[in-house]
Design a protein around this ligand. Sequence first.
Ligand code: IPE
Length: 259
Amino acid sequence: MFIIKLGGSVITDKTKQQCFKEDVMDDLAEAIKKANKETILVHGAGSFGHILAKKYELNNGYKNDDQLHGFSVTHKMVQSLNSLVLKSLHKNDIPAVSLSPHSILKLNDHKILEFNYKIFNAYLEQHFTPVTFGDVVLDKKLGFSICSGDLLVMALAEYFKPEKVIFAIDEDGLYDANPKINKNAEFIDSTTLEELEKFITTADKHDDVTKGMEGKVDTIKNIAELGIDTVLVNGNKPERLYQLMVGKDTKCTIVNGRK
Ligand code: IPE
């Protein structure tokens, strides 16, 4: 089984509010259909979630009643992105079913408190493709907060122990420095948890891309600890996702799980 996260910056234009990249999503859906493997899909919120979530400061929990409006409209937006993703999957004949995080899980201070994993199992058993996404959710300590797609991937990976976790991102994979500012940055095609730790301590923590990468690396480290391989692949090149899913070589970064 595969757990695949389609990053918000792949399926939306993060700089423009509610801008869905339909063509990219259609190509990814076609690749997933062609690979024909048991899959759980998770997608990010991109510009459908982050802009509003920031405006209403939803990640730090309840402060005032205005945020209740913020929570509901943010939820509506990510749900509408989810509908667009489902439409694309259905067009490609994938029996995708949406599982909204806000109704199947609860956090406590940003950590998973309750999660209805059984519903994923039940749909998989019937050969459906469950689809979940970064959402606003209830939080026991904070009232509410945000459940990112990465947190969902981690929790699902721990429960389902998939063959691979795949992150479709808007880069080819990991580099040893920021490729946007360092011409000598070298591409990492395969690495281990131990090497990744070294790499992060030597990385320049002041540039944005590295910071973004650092967050992702934390998620990957947690997955690698479970003994599961994680792959970062360019979501704008759907043929790479297909090749990965059918076990062919392709350009990507593989982080080997701890053996
Ligand atoms: C964020 O989800 C959810 C909300 C802002 C409501 P993600 O963190 O998984 O989204 P991306 O992949 O960064 O866009």
